[in-house]
Design a protein around this ligand. Structure first.
Ligand SMILES: Cc1cc2nc3c(=O)[nH]c(=O)nc-3n(C[C@H](O)[C@H](O)[C@H](O)COP(=O)(O)OP(=O)(O)OC[C@H]3O[C@@H](n4cnc5c(N)ncnc54)[C@H](O)[C@@H]3O)c2cc1C
Length: 393
């Protein structure tokens, strides 16, 4: 890894920094993970997305021909560092920018790209991901929602679950079974479905955080034009994997150090035996251990980056990053609860809580990332089999 930035990278950093510093007043307050907020927060997020788009900072990694900046892998990292520096999050209005957009660039028809990429960029079209079903999560290819052909349409029947943001979404990218006789990976297709179509019902699921971020989505005789098929019929598994690769490679370790700095700050304020928790060397050692892990994660991320810069496809390091990053966040949140002791019982946003109760929310919310984008047990399987060469379980 070459730790020096090129002159172009430095110029890119200066440009994004100047823009963010000049416009950060338009950003909504930083959200806690899985704090889905109210409709008011949602409107504020749309406004911020549109502001970023005015400056050309919504999808830096998209190629210029699709309205992005054609940023290199390194520049995307710089962009994330600069956002983290001001405690701003990447623009997120559903899964259009990070997942569907790049998938369409790879697999979509010209018409699909023309129809969907510009409104995604403008923040006028919100997308959600229709993969998981009640009986199909880790074993996704066993999914049962089916689509039958009828003239120029597919007719969809079935149910999805854990569909994040379906309550706000205009569109869903949906995995459906189009050949029930074929081996399970071979009979799946990938459809773009208008969430306003007749026959779609969205029912919210309340998480243990109290948030209503994800949903059950039911499909009854939903008619989807055949031009909304992405890739070939029955080849949807390949398209789905492309989307998943973008999902996993998106999870980086940039925010870990932020959380640890906040934990250290909390320890400095928490009274303990007439002094503060920070005065206890066991507390400092524990926080230092988290910091060492965060740095190990950061440099593992750089190794992954080096592969990408050399044009080598992402390897199983992605699984290591996902596994270690999500478990570190969970451990940090759990240790904050231990430090807080009885104060940890205050709920999020309770007026008398330390830091408005964000640590209890984080402790509950930190479980989610250990489950989505492939559970951590599945990541352990991948590491065991592909990195350590262990026999298949
Ligand atoms: C916050 C959040 C947001 C989500 N958003 C979306 C979304 O927008 N769209 C969407 O489609 N899905 C979404 N999901 C669903 C997510 O993808 C699934 O929860 C995940 O794939 C696991 O599937 P499952 O819940 O059916 O668990 P299961 O697959 O039933 O797994 C249950 C347990 O068994 C373990 N297990 C399963 N198979 C193996 C194995 N082979 N080896 C070892 N252990 C195994 C798992 O690790 C897990 O602990 C979201 C989930 C969460 C938590």
């Amino acid at each position: 890894m070459d730790f020096n930035y090129s002159a172009e990278d430095e110029a890119f950093r200066a440009e994004v920094r100047a823009w963010l510093e000049g416009n950060q007043q338009y950003a909504p307050p930083a959200r806690e993970p899985l704090d889905d907020g109210s409709d008011k927060d949602w409107k504020a997020r749309i406004k911020w997305h549109k502001k970023l788009n005015e400056g050309g900072w919504v999808a830096v990694h998209w190629p210029k021909e699709y309205g992005g900046r054609g940023a290199t892998v390194m520049q995307r990292l710089i962009y994330r560092e600069e956002l983290a520096r001001l405690n701003l999050s990447e623009p997120s209005l559903g899964m259009g920018i990070g997942l569907l957009g790049p998938t369409l660039m790879h697999w979509g028809t010209d018409e699909q790209k023309r129809r969907h990429l510009p409104p995604i960029l403008r923040g006028d079209e919100v997308w959600c991901q229709g993969y998981s079903e009640p009986g199909s999560g880790s074993d996704l290819a066993s999914l049962k929602t089916r689509a039958d052909e009828e003239g120029d349409y597919f007719v969809v029947n079935g149910q999805k679950v854990w569909t994040s943001m379906a309550q706000f979404a205009d569109w869903i990218f949906l995995l459906v079974r189009t050949d029930p006789e074929a081996p399970k990976h071979k009979g799946i297709s990938y459809l773009l479905v208008d969430m306003h179509s007749p026959g779609i019902t969205v029912r919210p699921l309340v998480q243990m955080t109290g948030g209503r971020g994800f949903n059950e989505v039911f499909f009854e005789e939903v008619r989807v034009p055949k031009k909304n098929l992405v890739g070939e019929k029955n080849n949807g598994w390949q398209v789905a994997i492309t989307t998943l690769m973008f999902e996993r490679s998106g999870s980086g370790g940039e925010s870990a150090m932020n959380q640890i700095n906040q934990l250290a700050d909390l320890a400095r304020r928490l009274p303990r035996n007439g002094r503060t928790a920070w005065d206890d060397s066991a507390v400092r050692q524990k926080i230092a251990k988290f910091a060492a892990e965060a740095y190990a994660l950061k440099y593992t991320g750089y190794r992954q980056l080096t592969r990408q810069l050399k044009g080598v496809p992402p390897g199983p390091e992605g699984s290591m990053m996902k596994l270690c990053g999500t478990e570190l966040s969970l451990a940090v949140a759990q240790f904050a609860m231990e430090l807080l002791g009885p104060y940890s019982q205050f709920e999020y946003n309770a007026p008398f809580a330390f830091d408005l109760g964000k640590w209890s929310l984080r402790m509950l919310a930190a479980r989610g990332p250990t489950i989505y984008a492939g559970t951590n047990q599945i990541q352990r399987n991948i590491i065991g089999e592909r990195v350590l060469g262990l026999p298949k379980g």
